[in-house]
Design a protein around this ligand. Structure first.
Ligand SMILES: C[S@@+](CC[C@H](N)C(=O)[O-])C[C@H]1O[C@@H](n2cnc3c(N)ncnc32)[C@H](O)[C@@H]1O
Length: 285
């Protein structure tokens, strides 16, 4: 099956399923003001807290989320009182969800613009902070999106982009060994039988496995010479939501994350190479 750059049609299907199938809050709203009840809520809250800390004291006013989908980070920023936020996506299904979620949670909805993040038509150097969560890994060639980011960002503005690459099999096994060894036999059998692979082949979503050097090389070519790309997010999802271990491991992650706050070493989700679920591309133009 042909893979689609950016995978926005695939995302359109995902967001639409919610609209047709009723609320499945776990995936379709990951914003919460309470203790996270799902790993998705936890991750999204952590990303937002890291972003908020990195922009502290910078007097930024104009925010842009590229490939925003349902715009969880934008919801958090709006809830924080930030007024000028624009979300860009090629799929309006994500925006329908964003609108519903903002209404239900009492959050002022950001501006929403249907456009290609590689060519938005927005003005040069108009934004103080450009961010996205889980976008760049869906492009075989993320350069046009990063070039557009460079064009839209003011000098001194901040880039914040967690990237969620496909994981090498051994990394996944290592995470399971550490956090949930009981799941390994089932995972192994499914992988050996090709069930995990087949599942991936059935969709058209691109998920690349590029490393930090790949992204930094592109950034340098564009002129972003101060950006960093670091191993990010040690909190692997190693249990299914139906497992009795799910809540236990989530609570352990939340407690561990609270402890790391005492060190004030932001971004808090930075981790040792080999233990990461994501990369974080971030820094100032
Ligand atoms: C992982 S989702 C983002 C989820 C988001 N962080 C959230 O909280 O809902 C990636 C999004 O990028 C969008 N996308 C993919 N290619 C795009 C493109 N060329 N231009 C704009 N948006 C694009 C998809 O439609 C999808 O909504």
């Amino acid at each position: 099956m042909e893979k689609i750059e950016g995978s926005y049609q695939e995302w359109d299907n995902i967001w639409d399923k919610n609209i047709e199938g009723g609320q499945k809050r776990q995936i379709f709203c990951q914003f919460t003001r309470h203790t996270p009840k799902t790993i998705y809520e936890f991750w999204q809250r952590c990303y937002f807290e890291d972003l908020l800390e990195l922009i502290k004291g910078k007097n930024y006013t104009k925010f842009l989320e590229l490939g925003a989908g349902k715009g969880t980070t934008s919801m958090y920023l709006s809830d924080e009182g930030i007024e000028d936020i624009t979300m860009v996506d090629l799929s309006d299904s994500g925006f329908k969800l964003a609108t519903e979620n903002c209404k239900r949670e009492g959050v002022t909805p950001p501006k929403m613009l249907i456009a290609n993040c590689e060519k938005t038509g927005l003005a040069d150097e108009a934004y103080d902070c450009i961010y996205n969560i889980g976008l760049l890994e869906h492009f075989e060639n993320p350069k046009p999106t990063l070039q557009e980011t460079f064009r839209l960002l003011k000098p001194g503005g901040m880039v914040f982009m967690p990237i969620v690459p496909a994981q090498p099999f051994l990394h996944s096994i290592r995470a399971r060994l550490k956090y949930n060894p009981v799941s390994i036999p089932k995972y192994y059998i499914k992988t050996l039988l090709g069930i995990n692979k087949k599942r991936n082949e059935n969709n058209t979503m691109i998920r690349t496995q590029n490393d930090e050097h790949f992204y930094l090389k592109i950034c340098k070519e564009i002129g972003f010479d101060k950006l960093k790309c670091i191993p990010y997010n040690p909190y692997w999802s190693v249990t299914s939501e139906t497992s009795p271990m799910y809540q236990k491991s989530l609570n352990a992650y939340i407690a561990h994350h609270e402890k790391t706050k005492q060190k004030e070493n932001y971004p808090l989700l930075q981790t040792k190479k080999g233990t990461e679920l994501c990369l974080l591309l971030y820094g100032v133009k």
